[in-house]
Design a binder for this molecule. Structure first.
Ligand SMILES: *[C@@H]1O[C@H](CO)[C@@H](O)[C@H](O)[C@H]1NC(C)=O
Ligand SMILES: *[C@@H]1O[C@H](CO)[C@@H](O)[C@H](O)[C@H]1NC(C)=O
Ligand SMILES: *[C@@H]1O[C@H](CO)[C@@H](O)[C@H](O)[C@H]1NC(C)=O
Ligand SMILES: *[C@@H]1O[C@H](CO)[C@@H](O)[C@H](O)[C@H]1NC(C)=O
Ligand SMILES: *[C@@H]1O[C@H](CO)[C@@H](O)[C@H](O)[C@H]1NC(C)=O
Ligand SMILES: *[C@@H]1O[C@H](CO)[C@@H](O)[C@H](O)[C@H]1NC(C)=O
Ligand SMILES: *[C@@H]1O[C@H](CO)[C@@H](O)[C@H](O)[C@H]1NC(C)=O
Ligand SMILES: *[C@@H]1O[C@H](CO)[C@@H](O)[C@H](O)[C@H]1NC(C)=O
Ligand SMILES: *[C@@H]1O[C@H](CO)[C@@H](O)[C@H](O)[C@H]1NC(C)=O
Ligand SMILES: [Zn+2]
Length: 322
């Protein structure tokens, strides 16, 4: 997830770009000099922390938490909630008008929904979600960024709070069959990509489709929960993560538009591809439904697995870049 920068200047708070990140350092996804293997060095305060995101979610290890009730989504049905769409050089970001909110879902208070952005690989056949489930990476992942309403949109304060932000992660997978241009909400959204091919470009989004339209088909009562971080520098450990189990289904042609339309800089620069951070060491994950029994044997097994994956994870974080 891509967000704001720790010691952000006001102008940077809602426009995370490599330039804005220069208060710490410039980062990227695809150059050896600044890719995610360098983030713990160029942004060590948090990127080298111990509750970093994204993670691989092991479904059988998720513990039962009956407090993980449904969310209430405010203005997600509004056809004019989305304000503009921008190429940041590292992602495509859609900002919201005020009044979009979430609550419930075992969050401690209401959170304001500020923006969503996306992570992807290289077309529908080279997956690029940030989280994986049981080792499976999806073609894309959408992150809705929410900030505690009590901070009134001041994300500098939110990133200093270990639960200041709530991120909603939605996987995107290829719609079965040979459909194209579906669903219509995604056709509408992706039609703007041709207007923001170069870094920094931004255009208003016309009223006509809602967040609910984009999140079509997902049972939002089924999700994983863990405490983690921003997935881009400065990687602040301020995020309550919700990763929904069911993916949004989008036709192949529309998924492919992300890696073939928008560029990392000017019109001569590379297309934006593989815009996701590699996996970080495992964290305890909970969910509503779990068929795994919580007897002492499986608990011991879980703890051992956690230790092992932490150990392996730290190694992969620094030395293994698939
Ligand atoms: C990231 O950069 C490192 C060197 O800093 C390089 O070894 C690695 O292959 C790069 N990874 C990717 C995915 O480009
Ligand atoms: C990252 O943290 C580890 C463990 O705390 C430490 O050994 C390592 O030197 C740190 N790396 C950087 C670049 O700060
Ligand atoms: C559920 O909420 C109650 C009341 O806040 C709390 O005491 C309990 O620890 C929570 N359960 C879990 C699994 O977090
Ligand atoms: C992405 O895929 C296209 C077409 O399949 C290919 O030409 C291009 O080299 C790939 N880019 C990367 C960064 O792998
Ligand atoms: C956000 O909060 C910080 C710390 O309390 C304060 O210094 C800053 O001025 C606030 N920013 C805005 C835009 O209100
Ligand atoms: C999809 O199209 C291909 C040829 O373009 C065809 O062979 C295949 O049967 C189609 N699949 C479905 C599910 O319609
Ligand atoms: C798509 O956009 C058109 C034109 O703005 C609008 O009439 C239509 O309702 C939108 N449909 C969806 C599902 O987004
Ligand atoms: C996007 O580009 C198309 C084609 O150049 C143009 O007709 C349209 O007005 C642009 N839309 C916005 C919102 O800028
Ligand atoms: C990005 O594009 C701008 C303007 O076209 C140019 O000045 C700058 O040098 C480019 N940056 C890189 C890293 O290529
Ligand atoms: Zn993200």
């Amino acid at each position: 997830m891509k967000w704001f920068v720790a010691a952000a200047f006001a102008m940077c708070v809602l426009t995370p770009t490599a330039h804005c990140a220069s208060s710490s350092s410039v980062w990227c996804y695809n150059l050896p000099s600044c890719n995610d293997s360098t983030w713990p060095k160029i942004s060590p305060q948090y990127c080298n922390g111990t509750r970093q995101s994204p993670i691989n979610i092991v479904s059988a290890s998720a513990t039962l938490n009956a407090n993980l009730t449904e969310f209430t989504f405010v203005n997600y049905d509004s056809k004019s909630a989305m304000k503009s769409i921008q190429n940041t050089g590292n992602t495509v970001k859609v900002t919201f008008n005020s009044g979009v909110q979430i609550s419930g879902g075992d969050l401690s208070e209401n959170y304001d929904s500020l923006q969503f952005h996306l992570h992807w690989g290289n077309g529908s056949s080279v997956p690029g979600s940030e989280h994986t489930v049981d080792g499976v990476r999806y073609p894309m992942e959408l992150h809705i960024v929410n900030s505690k309403s009590s901070y009134k949109g001041n994300t500098t304060q939110a990133i200093k709070d270990s639960t200041g932000l709530a991120a909603l992660g939605f996987f995107i997978e290829v719609m079965p069959g040979n459909s194209s241009g579906k669903p219509e909400s995604w056709y509408n959204l992706t039609s703007y990509l041709a207007n923001i091919t170069t870094k920094g470009q931004s255009v208003p989004i016309a009223a006509g489709f809602s967040l609910n339209d984009l999140l079509v088909g997902v049972d939002r009562s089924k999700y994983y929960r863990y405490l983690g971080s921003l997935t881009t520098p400065s990687c602040n450990e301020a995020v309550v993560w919700t990763v929904f189990k069911e993916p949004i289904k989008v036709s192949r042609d529309l998924i492919d538009l992300f890696s073939t339309t928008v560029r990392i800089n000017g019109s001569a620069s590379k297309h934006m591809t593989n815009v996701y951070r590699n996996l970080q060491p495992a964290q305890p994950v909970s969910t509503q439904n779990n068929s795994v029994t919580t007897n002492s044997a499986s608990t011991a097994c879980f703890s051992l697995g956690l230790l092992l994956s932490l150990a392996l994870g730290s190694l992969t974080q620094h030395w293994f870049n698939p």
